[in-house]
Design a binder for this molecule. Structure first.
Ligand SMILES: C[S@@+](CC[C@H](N)C(=O)[O-])C[C@H]1O[C@@H](n2cnc3c(N)ncnc32)[C@H](O)[C@@H]1O
Length: 274
């Protein structure tokens, strides 16, 4: 079938146009930038039918193509990793804004998944040491593949561990963390496409708050004296996380995303500006 015929048949899945072009680029094995100009090209019928069948089964595009763009770079993803979200770029931007002129940063990305946050910051900032930590060995393998692809494998350690039972031997300048934060009782209401992502990458106990509480309780263990934590949060979690930070005698502020939702919480142990 032609690309135009594929676009017509894919219409019913209401995909963002960027994802349609990514599928076309994937099927034709061409660059994303060329996909827009490939309307009359012929896609092998078997390949196109296979992709349409996966869409029918609610398979996310990123799992079909095995990739997702994040902050201008292409990350490898698979069923073991969460698909990086565009909202998470806000967290990355908040870190970059504050640290673009800082040297020799030591950073840990907790719940690192594909490595989207940590590996992006490794390329945008002057980071001398990066730890990527995830409970899922297979997700960690994907982050390693990404680090190799970007040619930045040096000075990165990959730690397979449960952060809820982890005692860091090292203190960091920056902690970034996009943990699972969906409450157990919200899972049933998620879109079928989202449910294709690993359950343990999405859902967290204690109403989605367990990771924030654990990491905030361990602030002194994880952070250097001027260390800062950057969390991504769900749209309705800001109050709970800010309250918990205050209960730990920490100072926290919230940053909204471009849709006006609370999205990032920044935590430090003094009122000084960063
Ligand atoms: C929401 S995903 C975030 C992935 C990535 N940071 C991103 O933003 O695309 C959460 C990640 O936390 C990991 N995870 C879940 N429970 C964990 C635990 N107890 N300790 C460490 N990592 C955990 C999952 O394997 C998953 O990769």
């Amino acid at each position: 079938m032609t690309v135009n015929q594929f676009i017509k048949r894919a219409e019913k899945y209401n995909l963002p146009i960027s994802q349609v072009y990514d599928l076309i680029a994937f099927m034709l094995n061409i660059d994303y930038s060329e996909a827009k100009y490939a309307c009359d090209k012929e896609i092998d019928n078997e390949v196109a039918d296979n992709v349409l069948c996966q869409l029918e089964n609610k398979e996310p595009c990123a799992y079909i193509t095995g990739r997702r763009e994040f902050y201008g770079r292409e990350f490898t993803v698979n069923h073991n990793t969460l698909i990086p979200r565009v909202e998470t770029e806000i967290l990355v931007e908040e870190v970059i804004k504050r640290y673009r002129n800082t040297e020799n940063i030591e950073l840990i990305d907790i719940c690192s998944g594909s490595g989207a946050i940590g590996l992006t910051l490794m390329q945008e900032l002057n980071i001398s040491f990066l730890t990527l930590l995830d409970i899922d060995k297979k997700a960690l393998e994907v982050s390693k593949q990404n680090a190799e692809k970007f040619n930045i494998i040096k000075n990165i350690e990959f730690v397979c561990s449960d952060i809820l039972n982890y005692t860091s031997e090292k203190k960091y300048d920056i902690v970034v963390c996009n943990p699972p934060y969906i409450a157990e009782n919200e899972y049933a209401g998620l879109q079928e496409e989202v449910k294709k992502e690993p359950y343990h990458a999405l859902v967290a106990e204690d109403n989605g708050l367990i990771f924030y509480k654990k990491i905030l309780s361990n602030f002194e263990i994880l952070c250097k004296s001027n260390g800062v934590i950057f969390f991504e949060i769900g749209a309705y979690q800001a109050c709970s996380v800010l309250d918990y930070a205050a209960a730990c005698s920490l100072y926290a502020e919230c940053v909204k995303d471009y849709s006006g939702n609370d999205r990032v919480i920044i935590v430090k142990n003094s009122k000084r500006g960063i």
